[in-house]
Design a protein around this ligand. Structure first.
Ligand code: G3P
Length: 225
């Protein structure tokens, strides 16, 4: 399962990338608003930092298909052709996905709340589809189940598309998708850090350190014995 960072703050992205096994970065207009500054410059800086092969997903904001296509062309010109263009699954968005797919553009269909939206987007040519797991949960439905249903529908129908599950508030939601073999998830930095956080681990390390120091002296490690 690919793990992406859903954020646009370069310092935070660098910190998470250094500590965790990440595969790229996703952004959306609200994340870019939170970051501030010129969004294209922010995205360029993220692209420059990311290692070769890491994914960068950037969203179009136009509301009509042709304008979305034009905007996608500009994003690709600035950030490179391997950039994933995020397109919302409106009617115009699906039309844009069809047009961009003909040009072999990498497309991530986004703002997905139902499995049928994902199916139509994948059939139109989206490489990834992004169901908003926590937002679906907050609407009284089951976000994890929607992501699993999409995953299954793609397999049964032989569609060349994967789930890129988004919008998480806790580790449990990601664990459930991980166990199911979902293709990829994108999560905010605090949610990624929460994936390994455990008080028992911190306590265990504290005891190991104390015991070792009482054996060989404070500050010593295996390296200087
Ligand atoms: O990529 C979509 C995602 O950012 C939405 O997450 O936390 O705003 O529901 P959230």
């Amino acid at each position: 399962m690919l793990l992406l960072i859903d954020d646009a703050n370069l310092e935070t992205i660098k910190r998470i990338y250094e500590n965790y096994p990440c595969d790229g970065v996703t952004t959306n207009p609200s994340i870019l608003k939170k970051q501030g500054g010129n969004p294209i410059e922010v995205l360029k800086a993220i692209r420059e930092f990311l290692p070769g092969g890491a994914q960068l997903h950037a969203q179009v904001v136009s509301l009509t298909a042709q304008k979305m296509v034009d905007e996608a062309h500009h994003i690709i010109k600035v950030l490179g052709k391997d950039t994933f263009i995020k397109v919302p699954v409106t009617s115009e968005g699906i039309k844009a996905i069809k047009l961009l797919h003909k040009e072999n553009v990498n497309i991530t269909a986004t703002a997905i709340y139902t499995s049928m939206q994902a199916f139509i987007a994948a059939k139109a040519g989206a490489r990834y589809t992004a169901p908003y797991v926590n937002r679906i949960d907050n609407m009284g439905a089951d976000g994890v189940q929607v992501a699993k249903d999409i995953h299954d529908m793609f397999k049964v129908n032989n569609l060349n598309s994967d789930v890129l599950a988004a919008s998480f508030k806790n580790s449990q939601q990601i664990l459930n998708l991980c166990k199911y073999g979902i293709g990829s998830v994108t999560a905010a930095p605090d949610v990624i850090e929460g994936l390994i956080k455990h008080e028992a681990t911190i306590s265990a390390v504290a005891v190991f350190t104390k015991d070792f120091y009482s054996l060989v002296g404070e500050g010593n490690t295996m390296e200087n014995l």
